[in-house]
Design a protein around this ligand. Structure first.
Ligand code: G3H
Ligand code: 13P
Ligand code: ZN
Length: 307
């Protein structure tokens, strides 16, 4: 069934676990994720970026997710990831999404508050959840000083003001994660103390973007079969566990699924040069997505938590 992010994240906050938000662009990702969720009895958030809407088409995405949600005996949320275009945000609010993110993190504080508050006003009447973001996603590099970190990462006091002024249901914060496969040049570390300070001041559930682990095995497999992913590095599983114990209730994963999908399709092509049936090689990719998602659901503690 289709539910809101708020419902899933409030339960996660009360239960001390996190719900995975998995990015989707096509049918194989939707199936891989929802099949894993049903098997593990885990709730799942299906995250759709503006780029994904452009690629797959609004109606296609909404109808495919609705049909998966009808079929599976678990709660699924349909969420707009990194909404920036007000027209797209409005369409999502009024036509089938159960949750939207308004990403004003690139704006000055007051402008971020204004645009986020506007989306909250639009979403309230339909009971759609809203996620805001404060702080800039960037890895902690060795040469970055504490004062430079202060300028980039989420400030606990500002976070509290932001939530109060906007009325968001959840807040994405910056504590050293970043999007993509190349998150750190040196040591992989997160500002965990800062996270605890934010959690102490903010009552709504917190969100961690850029949380992929960038599995060295999957990177090596992709490279073995012709990819060129050098110096890829992600967030260690222990750091994710610690962040959840300190208050993260939603963990965003895209890159890990992209790498696994690519690696296993590359492998399939190399090992089966005579095959040109897309169901065969996309099937290998879909199976890989399922494996990544099952691993994440266990890591986040959401397995067995579907109502
Ligand atoms: O955070 C962004 C997600 O990984 C989606 O990326 O904009 O390339 O679809 P995208
Ligand atoms: P990754 O690139 O680490 O998978 O992060 C995804 C994300 O934050 C989507 O919003
Ligand atoms: Zn993100």
């Amino acid at each position: 069934m289709l539910v809101t992010n708020k419902e899933l994240m409030d339960a996660a906050q009360a239960g001390g676990y996190a719900v995975g938000a998995f990015n989707i662009n096509n049918m194989e990702f939707i199936q891989g994720i929802t099949e894993a969720a049903e098997e593990l009895k885990s709730p799942a958030i299906l995250a759709v970026s503006e780029g994904a809407i452009k690629y797959a088409g609004f109606e296609n995405i909404v109808e495919m997710v609705k049909s998966a949600a009808r079929e599976k005996k678990i709660q699924i949320s349909l969420h707009l990831d990194h909404g920036k275009d007000m027209e797209i945000i409005k369409r999502c609010i009024h036509h089938g999404f159960t949750s939207v993110m308004i990403d004003g993190s690139h704006l000055p504080f007051e402008e971020n508050v204004a645009v986020t508050g506007e989306v909250v006003e639009l979403a309230r009447p339909g009971g759609i959840s809203v996620e805001g973001e404060l702080g800039r996603l960037a890895g902690i590099e060795d040469h970055v000083s504490v004062s430079e970190q202060d300028a980039i990462f989420t400030d606990p006091e500002e976070a509290s003001q932001f939530v109060e002024k906007t009325g968001v249901d959840s807040l994405a914060i910056a504590i050293g994660t970043s999007h993509g496969a190349f998150k750190f040049k040196g040591e992989a570390k997160l500002a965990q103390e800062r996270l605890s300070k934010i959690a102490a001041r903010v009552s709504v559930p917190l969100v961690l973007h850029g949380a992929s682990g960038v599995s060295p095995e999957h990177v090596a497999l992709a490279n073995e079969f012709g990819a060129s992913l050098k110096n890829a590095k992600g967030i260690p599983d222990d750091a994710i566990r610690e962040a959840i114990s300190r208050g993260i209730c939603k963990v965003n994963i895209d890159t890990d699924m992209r790498i696994a999908f690519t690696a296993f399709i590359r492998k399939y092509f190399t090992e089966n040069p005579e095959v040109f049936d897309p169901r065969k090689y996309l099937g290998a990719g879909r199976k890989a997505i399922g494996e990544v998602v099952r691993f994440k659901m266990k890591l986040f503690g959401s397995a067995g938590k579907a109502a």
